[in-house]
Ligand binder design. Structure first.
Ligand SMILES: CC(C)(COP(=O)(O)OP(=O)(O)OC[C@H]1O[C@@H](n2cnc3c(N)ncnc32)[C@H](O)[C@@H]1OP(=O)(O)O)[C@@H](O)C(=O)NCCC(=O)NCCS
Length: 229
């Protein structure tokens, strides 16, 4: 069982753990490991494919904190979403933008629904940048200013949308939509079969965009928080 401080939110009194099944023994074991880390609560992850897990936790005082709609696009079968209406470059073209991307990442990660207070350091340059395929790491620019970025991730041939964010003063102008259009076009050009995405339920615009582009809802991932046993 992997029980650890919540990534980026290590200051919270919760330890993170996944449950695809649950019983008293595993819940108590996770709770014991959380207390060893100095935590008094758990942030438990589960999915709607195993609804009995959330029911077990809710009956013990846990409450849903975040929910991500996991959906998938059949790239070849999907209608063409159109060309991005914003000038985009990639990190492969513009490695000189790394510091601006880092500055935006630090704002954007904390602006996600339910993730206020998220912090991280320069290890981001590895997990948030260099570990991602550079030619599908799309960046929206206004002159030389980075307005937004979004990358794809490849897990053993299974492709998904990674993190996307747009500068606060540039939101609501279609930049995330342009990045997603570029990502879909890139996937099509590279013969990628499917693109998965996980979208927090409160991101109404992105969920609507996914529906319009033809992503099909598969299941939801749910993060519940509550007291350790
Ligand atoms: C989520 C986020 C990336 C969206 O970026 P954005 O540039 O403001 O998004 P857009 O303006 O492109 O809007 C996306 C689409 O939703 C549509 N839209 C916006 N608000 C909408 C609403 N309330 N209902 C329906 N559609 C809406 C837009 O028209 C656009 O579609 P289009 O390209 O076809 O026009 C941005 O708010 C952000 O950085 N948030 C913090 C980080 C985060 O939560 N990232 C997501 C996790 S991966």
């Amino acid at each position: 069982m992997d029980v650890k401080p919540v990534p980026g939110l290590e200051h919270l009194p919760f330890a993170e753990v996944w449950f695809h099944e649950i019983d008293e023994t595993s819940w108590h074991e996770a709770s014991r490991m959380a207390r060893e880390l100095g935590k008094t609560g758990l942030e438990t992850w589960t999915t709607t494919r195993t609804p009995e897990v959330a029911a077990f936790l809710e009956s013990r005082g846990y409450e849903e904190h975040r929910r991500y709609v996991v959906s998938e696009l059949d790239v070849a079968a999907a209608p063409d979403p159109g060309a991005p209406e914003w000038p985009l470059v990639t990190y492969a073209d513009r490695p000189d933008l790394a510091d601006q991307l880092y500055a935006l990442a630090r704002v954007g990660h904390a602006d996600q629904p339910g993730r206020a207070g998220t912090t991280f350091g320069e290890d981001w340059f590895e997990w948030g940048l260099r570990a991602r395929p550079a030619d599908s790491y799309f960046i929206a620019l206004d002159g030389d200013r980075v307005l937004g970025y979004g990358y794809l991730q490849d897990d053993d041939g299974k492709w998904s949308h990674g993190f996307t964010t747009v500068a606060r003063d540039a939101r609501g102008r279609g930049i995330a939509g342009a990045i997603k259009r570029a990502q879909i076009a890139w996937a099509r050009q590279h013969g990628i079969a499917t693109l998965k995405t996980a979208t927090e339920v409160r991101l109404a615009g992105m969920r609507d965009l996914n529906d319009r582009f033809g992503y099909r809802r598969l299941y939801d991932e749910i993060a519940l928080r509550g007291p350790a046993a």
